[in-house]
Every structure is written in structure tokens, then in C-alpha cells.
Design a protein around this ligand. Structure first.
Ligand code: ARG
Length: 494
């Protein structure tokens, strides 16, 4: 391939040492934006032609070559890392294919600065939509598993100690709630991402009579950005999405941690499907939860990508600086790590087998219903909660929550025997029953099946709303791009 690097040839001398060229090149990361770059080129060339900024013959030749790239894909030679980036690669190739008379006009009224910012926003909004879809699937699985485990009593923990009984549904819905907020962070960011920088050129706009609104509409953007310097230099939307992904991955990681603990023999609440487990090369009996371990680690990678991008950006003066190029490899990696994680996590949960008997058995362990007993003393003996708390705590310390020990504990704490009735065996047993404990907790958002059912219904409605939004946005963008291609094709036909 002989295409010459057309960006460099005027101002700078000689070929560069391959190591320097490779060091400067963003080619590896630019594979993610190559498709977007072709669309940006088509929208820009079409606009130049319609505005009469380039002539009809050159413009149609150029558009024709770009449409071929669109249909056939960007060839490998454009990704050679002697080019600084895919923008230089594609432009150089076009010029070598159709000549400078037509190919050399593509970059009129444009800079790589607004070009790359536009490509990043196109790829980023797609990523946000794909991540939203993945979260929607994951939430759907969590809601399905919750629907089937509303009665599955299990211990709830604080400080990793048995605390109070809850249900598997309630536990999983805690994660579903977090993923719902992650979804809304994605949709919020989307609106800020989906605006067009194209037309800002290097940073100061251009003197050509461009129509930046038409390129924005053709590329599916909601509008153009309001300041041309911000358009090329701003990466806060990139940082925002990275931060949202990092936050999301902390929840992913915590759910992984629960699954890892639960699948250990100590706890034994869950068996993950073989497909998600690995074994040991030496210990033939092992079933290790490697998939969720890797996922827990991916949270670290995504958080790392977010910090890298923040630190790269934070000291940069206005406007474009080449440092910005160093952000995108972190961005694309974080996006794929996060999406693969949420995709796979849905499968892990869908195929996990929970040991409901084992969970039920543990639910009442560790005096986990002691709070219910204290509440019973408050409600039936009229004691202040703190007194009831002390009595039950003392009884636990003395070794049991039976009527005799409770009697002795009451004497110790209050100096008086419990009221004339005392507490019967059956009354104590009732207060300590894990099923009853859960059923009584019917407050909004609580673990009682009636409350969980209400939560599931609300969450399903919210999920449907999010899914409708994502489908609508996807359709709108696909339609805009289809319109762009149609218009460009018609223009070439003449
Ligand atoms: N590869 C560059 C990036 O990712 C494209 C913009 C280059 N602009 C420039 N003035 N060198 O940021």
C-alpha cells in the first residue's frame, strides 16, 4: 500500500521512525470509531456538497468512495499505525484512490478535533444504549428470580453476622434497585452525550457557510453543542459515563462477592452452573466460581479506567491537547468490561441453583429473631424498647431465649419479675419464628411477600419504561443513519 500520510507532508519532514509513529498513533483504539468516522465523513461531505462548498463532480466522486467504504467496511490498510489515527488513514486512502482533486476536499471546514469528538460521541451513545439494554436484561432476570423466591426465607446479614431473617427475593431486589439507578444514570448521560461537535473545526469554528445542524440531524444527534471550544476540548461526558460504569461495577462486584461467599461450603446457599465455574489443575474436586471472581476484578479495571481518564483530563489547558487521545483506550476497554460483566451476570443468576432448605435452616440461627422478641415485649408488656433490648440481649448472653432465661434476664435488668403473665413457651416460639418475622415486615420496601410483590410490580413497570425508551432511541438513530445513507446515495446518482 502506498498511500502517503497526507496530514504530515506539508509542514514536517521525512518519514518517522516506526517506533515514534506507533507511539503517537491511536490506531488500535480507533478500530472502535472507524465505522462512526465513515458516517461522519459521509455527513460532512454531503453537507459540503449541498452547501456548495465543494463542487458537484468532486463531491459526488468523494461521496461515492465514502459509500463504498460504508458498504464494504474500512480496509485494513487504513489502520496502519504509520498514520496518526483512523482519520488520517481514511483521508490518505481516499486521496490515493480517487485523487486529491476530490479526496483532498473532504477535510474542508473540518479538523480532526471536531471529527474525533463526533466519532467518540457516536460510539459512546451506542455503548450507553447497549449498556442500558444489558442492564434491562439483568434487571429482568433479577425480577424473575425474585418472583420465584418471595417465600424463600434466608438470613440477612449486617457486618457479615446473622442479623434478621429476610427472603432471597428481598436480597436480590436490593441489587435490582441499584441497577435501576444505574440505568437512569445511563439514560441521563445519554442526553448529554448525544450532541454534535461537528462544525467546531479546530476549536474556533469555520468561515465556510457550513450547516452544522444538518450534519447533527443526519447523524442522529439531538442538537449541536453551543460552544466550539467546548465541542472539541470537553471530555466530561466521557468521564461521566466512565464514572457511572465504575459505580455500576461496584454493585456488580458486591453481588459477585455474595455469590462467591454463598457458593463456599461454609455457607452453601448457591450452586453456580458448571459453565461459569472452573476447576483446579491439581485438585480434581474443585468447582471454583471463576466467572464472578473475574467480574469482581473487572470492577477494579473499570474504576482504574475511570481514574486514568480523570487524571489525564484534569490538568489540560483549553482547548484540544493530544493527551485527550490517551483517554479513549481506557474508555473502550471499560465499556466492554462493564457490558460483558452485566451480560454474563444475567446468565450466572438465571442458571444459579439456590439451596432454599439450607437458607431456611440458617434463617433462624444466631438469635436472628431477637429483635422480634424485643418488639414483642414492647408491644405486649409495654416496656420501653431499650429495656426490652437489654432483657433480650442479657438472655442471649445467658445462653437462651426461653421463658426461664427471659424471666431471669428481666429480673437482672429491671429488678422485678415480668408481669403476672410472664411469657409462655408458645408466645416466645411465635415471636422467634423466622416466617412470622418476615411476614410482619410488610412496610414499603420490606421483605414480607406482600411488600416484595408490590416492589416487583413497580420495578417491572419501570423496566418496561426503560426498555421502551431504549428501543425508541435505537430506532430514532437507525432511522437518521438510514436517511443519511439514502440522501448520500441519491446525491451520487444525481
Ligand atoms: N487521534 C486523535 C485523538 O484521538 C485525533 C485528533 C487529532 N488532532 C490533532 N490535532 N492532532 O484525539
Amino acid at each position: 500500500m502506498t498511500a502517503e500520510d497526507v496530514v504530515r507532508r506539508g509542514r514536517l519532514s521525512g518519514d518517522r521512525d516506526a517506533r515514534i509513529a506507533a507511539f503517537l498513533s491511536s490506531m488500535a483504539a480507533d478500530r472502535t470509531i472507524a465505522g462512526a468516522d465513515v458516517l461522519v465523513d459521509i455527513a460532512h461531505a454531503l453537507m459540503l456538497l449541498k452547501q456548495g462548498i465543494i463542487g458537484s463532480d468532486a463531491g459526488r466522486l468523494l461521496l461515492g468512495a465514502l459509500l463504498t467504504l460504508y458498504r464494504e467496511g474500512v480496509p485494513d490498510e487504513a489502520f496502519d499505525d504509520r498514520f496518526e489515527d483512523i482519520h488520517a488513514g481514511i483521508e490518505s486512502m481516499l486521496i490515493s484512490a480517487i485523487g486529491e482533486g476530490a479526496g483532498g476536499r473532504l477535510h474542508t471546514a473540518r479538523s480532526r478535533n471536531d471529527e474525533v469528538a463526533t466519532c467518540i460521541r457516536i460510539a459512546l451513545r451506542d455503548a450507553v444504549l447497549v449498556q442500558t439494554a444489558s442492564l434491562i436484561t439483568l434487571r429482568g432476570v433479577l425480577l424473575d428470580v425474585a418472583q420465584h423466591s418471595m417465600e424463600a426465607i434466608m438470613p440477612g446479614f449486617t457486618h457479615m453476622q446473622h442479623a434478621q431473617p429476610t427472603t432471597l427475593a428481598h436480597h436480590l431486589l436490593a441489587y435490582e434497585a441499584a441497577f435501576t439507578r444505574d440505568t437512569s444514570r445511563m439514560t441521563g448521560a445519554y442526553g448529554r452525550v448525544n450532541r454534535s461537535p461537528l462544525g467546531a473545526a479546530a476549536f474556533a469554528g469555520t468561515t465556510y457557510p457550513i450547516d452544522a445542524r444538518s450534519t447533527a440531524v443526519h447523524l442522529g444527534f439531538s442538537s449541536t453543542l453551543g460552544n466550539t471550544m467546548d465541542a472539541v476540548a470537553g471530555r466530561d461526558v466521557v468521564l461521566e459515563v466512565l464514572a457511572h460504569l465504575a459505580v455500576m461495577m461496584t454493585s456488580v462486584s458486591r453481588l459477585c462477592e455474595d455469590l462467591i461467599l454463598w457458593s463456599s461450603r461454609f455457607i452453601g446457599f448457591v450452586r453456580l452452573a458448571d459453565a461459569y465455574c472452573s476447576t483446579s489443575s491439581i485438585m480434581p474436586q474443585k468447582r471454583n466460581p471463576d466467572t464472578v471472581e473475574i467480574m469482581r476484578a473487572k470492577a477494579g479495571s473499570v474504576i482504574g479506567a475511570c481514574s486514568a481518564a480523570m487524571v489525564i483530563t484534569k490538568g489540560l489547558p483549553m482547548s484540544y491537547n493530544r493527551d485527550l487521545q490517551e483517554i479513549t483506550p481506557h474508555l473502550w476497554r471499560a465499556i466492554s468490561d462493564a457490558r460483558e460483566s452485566t451480560d454474563l451476570l444475567a446468565g450466572v443468576l438465571e442458571t444459579a441453583v439456590f439451596d432454599l432448605d439450607r437458607m431456611r435452616l440458617e434463617a433462624g440461627q444466631g438469635s436472628s429473631t431477637a429483635t422480634d422478641l424485643a418488639d414483642h415485649l414492647v408491644q405486649n408488656a409495654g416496656l420501653p424498647f431499650r429495656t426490652a433490648h437489654s432483657i433480650v440481649g442479657r438472655a442471649v448472653a445467658k445462653g437462651g431465649l426461653d421463658p426461664a432465661t427471659l424471666h431471669a434476664a428481666t429480673m437482672e435488668i429491671t429488678g422485678n419479675p415480668p408481669g403476672a403473665k410472664g411469657m409462655s413457651d408458645s408466645e416466645v416460639a411465635m415471636a422467634l419464628d423466622p416466617e412470622r418475622s418476615v411476614a410482619m415486615r410488610s412496610c414499603v420496601g420490606g421483605p414480607a411477600p406482600v411488600a416484595v410483590r408490590a416492589t416487583i410490580n413497580e420495578e417491572r413497570a419501570c423496566l418496561e419504561g426503560d426498555a421502551a425508551w431504549a428501543a425508541h432511541e435505537r430506532g430514532r438513530i437507525d432511522q437518521a443513519i438510514a436517511g443519511l445513507i439514502r440522501d448520500a446515495e441519491e446525491m451520487v446518482k444525481g
